[in-house]
Design a protein around this ligand. Structure first.
Ligand code: MN
Ligand code: MN
Ligand code: MN
Length: 199
């Protein structure tokens, strides 16, 4: 189970100010390209699951993830998640020709094929995310700039076993510095699928 605090930052200006405030704590920034897959008959989406290939910094790394049954309440997201490293050039080949995915040598993908009785995969497309990672107050903060075809959104995320405390700390910091925010109500994937930025 992945548990994360997710707070939405409303605009580029607030995102920029937050990035400056966090710059002393900055560790690294990576460019992620996220591409999503479903079974050809909607086998994954009908179980509220999705398969993702994520490419890091052009093609330096690729990770396959299965995410399922996401629930987000008051800015705290809980999602079943399994991840595995994936061969980068094979990942690119599967994006170009999604039918290849069903035959790849990946424990996770095989499990998906069995569990969801997938006969073939389709690619749903995806989006890019610029993620700036920070070590702050014992937390790992991920400041995201997400580039959808229909616009850009901003979010700060923090994975934690104690999300309520992390949220309190983070909200205190944002309020103190007059950075506007709201609780994210949906995942980036759900925003992508909806085809428009949240209100
Ligand atoms: Mn994760
Ligand atoms: Mn996340
Ligand atoms: Mn995460």
């Amino acid at each position: 189970m992945e548990v994360e605090v997710k707070l939405r930052i409303p605009d580029a200006d607030s995102h920029q100010r937050l990035a400056s405030l966090l710059s002393p704590f900055h560790l690294q920034t990576h460019l992620q390209e996220n591409v999503f897959f479903d079974g050809a008959r909607g086998e994954l989406s009908s179980s509220r699951s999705v398969l993702r290939l994520r490419f890091y910094n052009a093609d330096s790394r690729c990770v396959v993830s299965l995410k399922g049954k996401a629930v987000i309440v008051d800015g705290v997201s809980r999602v079943e998640e399994v991840e595995e490293d994936f061969d980068v050039s094979l990942g690119r080949a599967c994006v170009a020709e999604p039918w290849r995915l069903a035959a790849v040598d990946s424990g996770l993908v095989k499990r998906v094929v069995d569990e969801f009785r997938v006969e073939g995969f389709v690619c749903l497309g995806g989006f890019r995310n610029v993620r700036a990672v920070h070590a702050w107050q014992g937390l790992t903060l991920e400041l995201d700039e997400t580039q959808f075809d229909f616009g850009t959104s901003y979010e700060i995320e923090c994975e934690s076993d104690d999300p309520e405390s992390a949220k309190r700390l983070l909200e205190g910091f944002l309020k103190e510095n007059r950075i506007p925010y709201s609780f994210s109500a949906v995942s980036k994937f759900a925003v992508f699928r909806s085809g428009k930025l949240p209100d």
